[in-house]
Design a protein around this ligand. Structure first.
Ligand SMILES: [Zn+2]
Length: 390
């Protein structure tokens, strides 16, 4: 499929473009080369492109790419506004979860694999390639379209930094479609958790462990008792908690004075999340108090969840686009955050869309060619849905 009627996605070209993209290694903070490449690609397709300085907010070497394709207008004039009064912002992230140097993707039985050593980097180069292909088809066919905004972000994998650092006024659309979910095309992520990260420092008192342990307060033991009193893992269908990092202690013969614990909790239910954070604080304070230790807790909302329904315009447009591919929409929850979380937090309605890849963040990562083609068709369909009707 995919090389059918004129004006459609070109499967061969799309695969080549995708493979070209994954071969440009771009782990978070090292997006300069891929940003330069994409800047040129977007200009070739007639878009105005600008790079912002979001990279400076997290030590990255490149910023986000903001691009605009001016609408053809219903009557062929410049700068046409969409019939429904909305401008889509198509978004994908340029960084990958880790480096994949010398990656040689392989296609077997219609599925693109990594070389088995590396990630495939379909997360999120599939999203980038899909959007680029849609722009290519538009240029090729000269079909009428409204204004289209494009945003390729940096630093997504290490904390959604690009989306966070993007100047809201410079976002070139008012409904955002993020192509960044490791699920089949047709999936529309409408329900995501809020994540709170906690750094907990327990301070006890050091002493010689063999000679005068009674003078010490063991920070590791206090921390362990607090953690043992708390649940971990999946706590209910929409809530998780994880103790991720623990540091402390110097030697076996020294009562440890400090422990630092890094942990996170996520829930799609805000009340549950608030209760859980209070429970964590309570457990540490209680154990610290009974042992005479001190505890300091830093809380940080990593991103806020969103809940959208079929009543939301951004969901309706996504569903209509999926329908035009003769596919069934699946409105679905997801246990993680994406740039869509940041956009919704900032008042830009956004959905995260299935981009067709699977097993992302591992060397087993794959994307079926059919899914890649569908992702590009979906990007094109979103633009078509919002095109002016004249
Ligand atoms: Zn991603």
């Amino acid at each position: 499929m995919g090389n059918g009627k004129a004006g459609d996605v070109n499967e061969k070209r799309l695969i080549e473009s995708f493979i070209g993209l994954v071969k440009i290694d771009s782990p978070s903070k090292e997006e300069k080369r891929v940003a330069e490449y994409l800047q040129a690609q977007l200009r070739q397709r007639g878009l105005e492109v600008r790079q912002d300085d979001a990279g400076s907010t997290f030590g990255g070497e490149a910023g986000n790419l903001h691009a605009t394709l001016k609408g053809t207008g219903a009557a062929g004039g410049a700068g046409g506004s969409a019939a429904k009064g909305h401008t889509p912002l198509l978004c994908a992230h340029m960084d990958t979860v880790r480096a994949a140097p010398g990656l040689e993707p392989q296609i077997r039985d219609g599925v693109i694999h990594s070389d088995g050593k590396n990630i495939l980097a379909a997360d999120d180069k599939a999203g980038v390639a899909a959007i680029l292909e849609a722009l290519t088809v538009i240029k090729e066919t000269g079909r009428p379209h409204g204004d289209v905004g494009i945003l390729f972000t940096v630093g997504e994998e290490i904390g959604l930094f690009g989306a966070r650092g993007a100047d809201k006024d410079s976002l070139a659309g008012d409904l955002a479609f993020v192509f960044d979910s490791g699920s089949e095309v047709g999936t529309i992520i409408v329900d995501t958790p809020t994540e709170v990260d906690l750094t907990i420092t327990v301070t006890g008192k050091t002493a010689h462990a063999g000679v005068e342990p009674e003078k010490g307060i063991n920070a590791i033991h206090v921390s362990a008792k607090a953690m043992a009193a708390l649940p971990t893992g999946r706590l209910d269908p929409e809530t998780t908690l994880n103790f991720g990092v623990i540091r402390g202690g110097v030697a076996t013969n020294i009562v440890p004075e400090h422990t630092e614990i890094e942990m996170e909790t996520r829930s799609r239910n805000k009340a549950t999340l608030d209760r859980l954070v209070a429970q964590v604080e309570g457990a540490f304070h209680e154990q610290a108090k009974s042992a005479g230790a001190r505890v300091e807790i830093k809380k940080d909302e990593a991103y806020r969840g969103f809940k959208l329904t079929e009543k939301d315009e951004v969901v309706r447009v996504a569903m209509e686009a999926v329908r035009r591919l003769s596919l069934e929409s699946r409105l679905s929850p997801r246990g993680g955050g994406s740039d869509a979380n940041i956009f919704n937090m900032r008042g830009l309605p956004a959905v995260n869309l299935g981009a067709g890849y699977a097993d992302d963040h591992t060397s087993r990562e794959t994307i079926p060619v059919e899914q890649l083609v569908r992702a590009a068709r979906l990007a094109l369909a979103v633009i078509d849905v919002l095109a002016p009707r004249g």
